[in-house]
Design a protein around this ligand. Sequence first.
Ligand SMILES: [Zn+2]
Ligand SMILES: [Zn+2]
Length: 283
Amino acid sequence: MTLYDQHLHSWHSFDSKADPVANVEAAIEKGLSGLTFTEHFDVHPNDWTTCVYQHDNYTQTIRSLRKQFGSNIFIGQGVEVCFQPTRMAVILDFLSRHEFDLVILSVHYFGDKAIHRRENWEGLNATTITRLYLETVLEATRFCEKLHTKGNRVFDVLGHLDLVKRYTHRFAPASNIASHCPLIDQILESCLSADLIPEINTSTLRQGLHEAMPAVDTLARYVEHGGVGVTLGSDAHMSKDIGAGFDAALTAIREAGVPNIVVHRKRQREMVPLPPSATRATL
Ligand SMILES: [Zn+2]
Ligand SMILES: [Zn+2]
């Protein structure tokens, strides 16, 4: 089937050194039909010093990639926006002035604390942090619901909805997401109300976990709530990881009964139906 990697980074993100050309070559080599760059846009005051986002340079790169490879593969220009409840005016203003193929809203904080910083975990147990993280995700999707009632879709995709497990795995392995089902259900319902597509982010499969974000049980709950599609993203920060873990993700998608993979181009959505389970991905 035609597969698109719709979450990946290059040296236009502060935390990646990947050459964009090498990213496209890797995607072609893996037989993908497309890849969408989703560089970080972080506006938290603590992130500004490290997160440098230069839209013009990024756009120039995409133009030149399309010139060089555009006849072989779809190359999307997306952005991964970090949810910051106190800075949404800045974010909305930025998005209103720039064009993308895809806008991902991702939560990298629990409350006002960055989840990847070990020092922020001091004095809190993994269950509490998991709850706080999921509550922040719910706050993000509720925000999108409010935007949606005004009739416009500002964000297309909810990134890695249970990202917290990447860090509980590192810092406090005893925790599990399953004990937070009611909160997960609220997030999934809210995604549907907000017209926000959840992604399956396969980066955890490269980081010692046996499941993507989210795992099959959450995907199955999403289908129960009426969800009909997800996006697929490696969250690669290195070219070699483009398209990584997609076989496992497709297995989970099928097992959960999600009927479509959603592809975004110029903010428009295409539902790509999953072929019968006999067909395997070629990755
Ligand atoms: Zn992210
Ligand atoms: Zn990312």
